[in-house]
Design a protein around this ligand. Structure first.
Ligand code: ATP
Length: 514
């Protein structure tokens, strides 16, 4: 199965099992807007909890807030979003399709890297055991040729982005002979800038109305509340403010399902530090965040850092954590050193002092900020892509299973009476009643046990508990484990302990430290 086919199957699976539906589907949907179904909302809430607890519960010096989506319009002038929150776009005149010019070049660069990887694989097969990869990379004429071409384009690309040179960006696309994937032609328009903010009107009459924006990031709600939190919480530097909430971007090219949406959710934490210490904190947060991702157990090799070619207007260092999606390594999270840009600008635009009095130094100053910013939906897609597996079983049957970390699974336990009689449903209901206050538990008595197992595998339920004849005699049940499909007899009295241990967030957090 190709990666593309796998991705299509994943999208279909998300719909079939109540994870994600296209928004307003009965009206044929709305571009790049999606709804979460009954299982999707549970997984999403669990991801948010994993993030929130890792920030707010595990750090004495991080607190949370929940700011409004609407903010005073001056916020976005001060933050630079009115003037500079743009994407460079380009149209193909034949297909009439619109693309992000920077993404076209990035995809071209990724393709060159793939070519190099293929050469390496071919050589590995040819040379067998004696193959020395680093020597091959340093000497193969074919690899060196591709690499030189790549490096030259990369340098031009970074310069063009930083100088906002749109003509040069177009020239790179032409020089690299990049074609439109739909029409296959190189008939491109010029590159233009496009602001990504949605606006609306506030006020009852059109003339008295004020243009306000739907926030394109949650961070600004944190910056404008910096002093409120610092004073009321008596916070001392360094300290952080975390927030989870909706953000909106009028993305030009919305593609790859929930990877790029127009309405999405962010989990952001702004960490306020003494000026001059920001690089150390930036490095530390890079490591902490990478450990958070890796603790989920999807394979360390599937994550990497990618430093930005173009720093945003507010940043002095920035890196992305990328995951190996079915469509290649792509950003899941950004870790940015935002300097004193945001607080400094809000101070200037509002005329209010946004400073911290440092008792040790005996002076006031505007703190520097290191931000960690991750999309809930993108993280959701990352987890689903990693967890989705099709397996061939020993008896020749196939199953689709979501190997989700148990703490994140939408349903923790399915309780199944073997038959709908002999008092088994009653015992099963009792087990549900005992567990339901702490866990999302389902009761299922329809179809054969085998079919019921498959249904639970498909949504990633870690434990299926079957009540059978023996249960009525000795108070034990059959517990069937999702990943191994192994079964064991467990006393009903021990079920809670098993679920507590298997589904705890603490186990994930401990892996972060290891
Ligand atoms: P990209 O380069 O993919 O457009 P970005 O660098 O603009 O993303 P940031 O502004 O750093 O993204 O946003 C932080 C995080 O928010 C991203 O790492 C991503 O997880 C998430 N995110 C950003 N835009 C979207 C979107 N349109 N849909 C879903 N998630 C998004």
């Amino acid at each position: 199965m190709t990666q593309e086919e796998l991705f299509k199957k994943l999208v279909a699976h998300c719909k079939e099992y109540g994870f994600i539906f296209p928004s307003s589907e009965i009206y044929d949907g709305l571009g790049a807007v999606y709804d979460y179904g009954q299982n999707g909302v549970e997984l999403k809430n669990n991801i948010k909890r994993y993030w929130w607890d890792s920030m707010v519960k595990l750090h004495e010096n991080i607190v949370g807030i929940d700011a409004a989506i609407f903010m005073h319009p001056k916020t976005w002038e001060a933050s630079g979003h009115v003037g500079a929150f743009n994407d460079p776009l380009i149209d193909n005149k034949d297909s009439k399709k619109r693309y992000r010019a920077d993404v076209l070049v990035e995809d071209w660069l990724a393709k060159q890297q793939e070519k190099i990887d293929k050469e390496v694989e071919k050589a590995r097969k040819r040379f067998g055991e004696q193959f020395d990869e680093s020597q091959y990379l340093a000497t193969s004429p074919r690899v060196l040729e591709i690499k030189a071409k790549m490096d030259a384009v990369h340098t031009r690309f970074a310069e063009a982005l930083n100088a906002n040179n749109l003509e040069e960006l177009k020239q790179i696309i032409l020089d690299c002979e990049i074609v439109c994937p739909i029409s296959g032609t190189r008939n491109w328009t010029d590159v233009r800038q496009f602001n990504l903010m949605f606006s609306t009107q506030m006020g009852s009459t059109a003339d008295g109305a004020n243009t306000i924006y739907l926030r394109p990031e949650t961070a600004q709600g944190i910056f404008v509340n910096f002093l409120n939190v610092q004073k009321t919480g008596r916070m001392k530097l360094p300290f952080g403010i975390a927030q989870i909430g909706k953000a909106f971007r009028n993305e030009i090219v919305a593609r790859q399902f929930i990877f790029r949406m127009r309405e999405f959710e962010q989990m952001e934490m702004q960490f306020f530090v003494q000026p001059g210490t920001e690089m150390d904190w930036w490095k530390q947060w890079k490591e902490t965040r990478m450990a958070w991702h890796r603790a989920l157990g999807f394979g360390d090799e599937n994550y990497r850092f990618h430093d930005h070619d173009k720093l945003a207007h507010y940043a002095n260092a920035a890196t992305d954590i990328e995951y190996n999606f079915p469509f290649g390594f792509k950003e899941v999270e950004g870790i940015h050193s935002r300097t004193d840009f945001d607080l400094g600008r809000h101070q200037e635009y509002s005329g209010k002092k946004l400073q911290y009095f440092d008792a040790e130094r005996g002076e006031s100053y505007v703190p520097y900020v290191v931000e960690t910013s991750i999309g809930v939906d993108r993280m959701f897609l990352q987890i689903m892509s990693a967890a989705y597996n099709e397996e061939k079983l020993e008896n020749g049957e196939e199953r689709v299973v979501l190997n989700l970390p148990a703490a994140l699974a939408p349903v923790k336990v399915a309780v199944l009476p073997l038959v709908k009689k002999d008092g088994m449903p009653e015992v099963a209901r009792k087990i549900v009643d005992e567990l339901k206050y702490d866990y999302n538990v389902v009761y299922d008595e329809k179809d054969s046990v085998g079919k019921r197992y498959r249904r639970q595998d498909a949504v990633g339920t870690p434990y299926c508990v079957t009540v059978d004849g023996q249960t009525l005699e000795d108070g034990t049940v059959t517990v069937r484990h999702r990943d191994t499909m192994q079964q064991e007899r467990v006393a009903i009295a021990d079920l809670r302990r098993m679920v507590d241990e298997g589904c705890s967030y603490a186990a994930l957090f401990k892996k972060m430290k290891a």
